[in-house]
Design a protein around this ligand. Structure first.
Ligand SMILES: *Cc1c(COP(=O)(O)O)cnc(C)c1O
Length: 428
């Protein structure tokens, strides 16, 4: 990876866009043809890098995007993404105008909120329109309208408003990833009953959506107009159960890698490693330092427990994970400064999966990737080439500015062998 030479700390994430495309295609094939895909890119696209993922997911067949908070949507808009974006979380009224300005759709579930939002926009001027998806709580118990009467009041407010546009109605499953399907079916029935009620009241339904990745895989018949796919895009299964169903093949998109920053043979006392001196090396043991720590989202709970891959084999973490660095024991084996290690992903025939790390940490794969911090640069790779880089600190070495003449020449060349030239973009 030549790009890594531009970073002053050689730790990076590789996002495999070919895998991302395959995952989207695999899910696409599994759900009804008419169902659209909303790519869920909240939390920096589950740690993968939201702008790069959003851009490529849209290219690979997603029709819309979802985020958790308005600011995440604005980041995408500022990067030039024009597809519909829905904010899934609660947005306070003070931010409603901003949502309209950026043409970002919001979720609503309270009639007072809807009426206030309408007032705010009308005061701001007639050009400000805001798309709204109604969130219906059928058993998630997080956000959403629960009562039929209140749902009706919201719909009436939306359909008579000049500033709000009723764009969608959705619910969210709480156990779609589990073998017991009873609650998911109950939630589905409740939702369908409410939708029928609205139709009987004479309303024409906008986009209906309910399924996350687990439901899209386990209940493709619930897909409706759109499915909201998060974890599946990233090639991870929502649960072991969903994986065992073996209905859709997903390929992990993310790899986490680094280059050893120091290698030493322990020849002198003291032989202690890291804070707390919880690891004592043997005389002659080879200890290597990896430039990643808990501030990067590599959990401190992996101290003396986790592994990385070095020269195609697992080497154990020695001592505590520190904020920015950790040590591994190479045992009696050789290694040198600059050697590539894989923290999550494959190296030769060896692999460390996000799933196994999640299990070690007694959590879920979602958390392991979503907590990878902004400090790590993301390289987006297609057909073995880096096509986009996102690095919030930016590279120290400036990317060579391409002259107009050269750009034209490149464009001609690009047209000649369409899709073969690489496009490098650096996000600020
Ligand atoms: C996060 C989220 C999703 C995506 O869930 P996955 O399990 O990652 O597919 C869908 N809908 C809502 C409301 C969410 O919060």
């Amino acid at each position: 990876m030549k790009w890594v030479n531009k970073f002053c700390r050689e730790t990076w994430i590789e996002v495999n866009l070919n895998a991302l495309e395959k995952n989207l295609r695999a899910i696409r094939r599994h759900i009804p043809k008419k169902t659209k895909i909303m790519a869920v890119v909240k939390a920096n696209a589950y740690g993968h890098g939201s702008v790069g993922v959003a851009r490529h997911a849209l290219k690979a067949g997603a029709s819309a995007l979802a985020v958790a908070i308005l600011e995440e949507a604005i980041v995408l808009r500022k990067a030039g993404i024009t597809a519909p974006i829905l904010v899934l979380g609660f947005t306070p009224l003070k931010c409603v105008k901003e949502a309209a300005v950026w043409n970002v759709q919001l979720s609503a579930f309270q009639v007072e909120w809807v009426k206030e939002a309408q007032k705010i926009l009308e005061k701001a001027g007639s050009s400000k329109l805001l798309g709204i998806h109604i969130n219906v709580d059928t058993g998630m118990g997080r956000l959403g309208v629960r009562l039929q009467d209140e749902l009706l009041a919201i719909v009436e407010a939306l359909t008579t408003s000049r500033s709000l546009i009723w764009k969608g109605i959705f619910t969210h499953f709480s156990t779609a990833d589990e073998p017991d399907t009873a609650l998911t079916r109950l939630q589905h029935n409740l939702f369908i009953r409410l939708l029928r009620f609205l139709e009987q009241e004479g309303f024409q339904l906008p986009t209906v959506h309910m399924s996350n990745t687990a439901a899209a895989i386990a209940f493709p018949e619930f897909s409706a107009d759109m499915v909201r796919i998060g974890i599946g895009i990233y090639g991870l299964y929502p649960s072991e159960h969903i994986k065992q169903l073996d209905l859709v093949t997903l390929i992990p998109v993310l790899s986490l890698k680094a280059r050893l920053s120091y290698v030493k043979v322990m020849l002198t006392e003291p032989l202690t490693i890291s804070y707390g001196a919880t690891y004592i090396a043997n005389l002659g043991e080879v200890i290597a330092t990896v430039p990643i720590g808990y501030a990067d989202g590599y959990s401190r709970a992996l101290s003396n427990r986790g592994f990385v891959l070095h020269r195609g084999r697992r080497v154990p973490i020695a001592g505590r994970v520190t904020m920015d660095q950790l040590m591994v024991s190479l045992g009696e084996r050789k290694g040198k400064q600059g050697d590539e290690v894989v923290i999550y992903g494959r190296q030769n025939k060896a692999e460390i999966t996000v799933d196994e790390v999640a299990e070690m940490l007694d959590t879920i794969n979602y958390e392991v990737v979503a907590t990878l911090s902004h400090r790590i640069p993301r390289l987006f790779i297609k057909d073995g080439r880096v096509v986009e880089v996102s690095h919030y600190m930016g590279p120290v070495k400036k990317i060579r500015k391409i002259s107009k003449k050269k750009r034209r020449k490149n464009k001609r060349k690009k047209n000649r062998n369409a899709g073969m030239t690489k496009r490098i973009e650096v996000e600020e």
